[in-house]
Design a protein. Structure first.
Length: 312
């Protein structure tokens, strides 16, 4: 696994949801804060997005916007300030029930793809935590071709339920999330984690740790893997990542253990072996130090959040 894949997998829960919206006339809709991430993609027409404390963001055809922290927001057919939104905005679910679509397809003024991802935000990887409140990816000729292709494929699947759509839709939505985060990293080279993954030494070290977190890593072995001296690795890694290599590894092993507790029925002994701890006791001690609860209690709570039955 690479860092971006691991960062997403560590927080991803269940299947994402999406729908294609078509509307006309005057409208103003509020979406409440959400324990996950939301997105909007404008296929036709124009609209405006407003989050609390920000200026309205115009969205045009082909624009994509990701709200990675589930921020409550308003979308409307025209610019709206916070005071006006408070008075005019209709809750999204209510609006869906009350709005009658135009009778002729060509009379739709605005068409959008809207959706959301369920995320476990209890211990986000810093790459995900660094994402801004709103990731706005304006449409550009030739820009982010894989993102545009995913949008086109997703719109096609939502247009008509075809054989295999129940598998294709969630897979395309997961792909869309990856491509939006990739696009943000390209557009935000001054961000901390784009810099981290753009540094060849730190990126090589992270790639090694994420590829095999259970390996008996040491600073010397990791420095050899990255092709630099131990002091050079320590200096560059700590400066960019914010913690020394072995401290990052300890943290990541526990986060990886939490993901396995949430997503698999594996025993604690099996998980301890997979993430590099010599015994379930050692993992349990490290886990409680990071999360403040036992692994068993964490698994029960995670199962409740996911709507699943905890494994014994």
């Amino acid at each position: 696994m690479d860092v971006v894949s691991d960062a997403i997998s560590a927080v991803h829960l269940g299947h994402p949801q999406s729908r294609r919206l078509r509307t006309s006339g005057s409208w103003c809709v509020r979406l409440d804060p959400y324990d996950g991430a939301g997105f909007h993609i404008v296929l036709k027409g124009r609209c405006w997005l407003l989050t609390d404390g920000s200026a309205p963001t115009p969205l045009g055809p082909g624009d994509a916007v990701l709200l990675p922290h589930g921020t409550g927001h308003v979308i409307a057919d025209s610019p709206v300030d916070a005071a006006a939104a408070q008075k005019k905005a209709v809750p999204f679910e209510q609006w869906l029930k009350e709005t009658q679509p135009p009778t002729r397809p060509d009379s739709y003024e605005t068409e959008m793809l809207c959706g959301k991802y369920r995320l476990d935000c209890s211990r986000m990887h810093p790459l995900m935590a660094e994402l801004p409140e709103v990731v706005h990816l304006p449409s550009r000729v030739g820009g982010h071709l894989e993102l545009r292709a995913a949008i086109d494929l997703l719109a096609g699947e939502l247009d008509e339920m075809r054989p295999g759509s129940c598998v294709a839709l969630p897979s395309l939505l997961d792909l869309l999330l990856v491509y939006m985060i990739r696009a943000w990293m390209t557009e935000a080279p001054s961000g901390a984690w784009p810099r981290v993954l753009g540094d060849p030494v730190t990126a090589a070290a992270l790639r090694a740790l994420h590829s095999n977190p259970a390996a008996p890593w040491s600073n010397d072995r990791l420095a050899a893997e990255a092709g630099v001296s131990r002091p050079t690795l320590a200096r560059r890694f700590t400066t960019l990542v914010g913690r020394p290599p072995m401290a990052y590894l300890t943290w990541w092993r526990v986060i990886r253990a939490a993901t396995l507790l949430r997503d698999t029925p594996d025993t604690l002994a099996t998980i301890a072996d997979r993430v590099g701890y010599g015994s379930p006791y050692a993992l349990s001690h490290a886990f409680q130090r990071e999360f403040g609860i036992t692994p068993g209690r964490y698994r029960t709570q995670a199962a409740g959040r996911s709507g699943l039955t905890a494994s014994p």
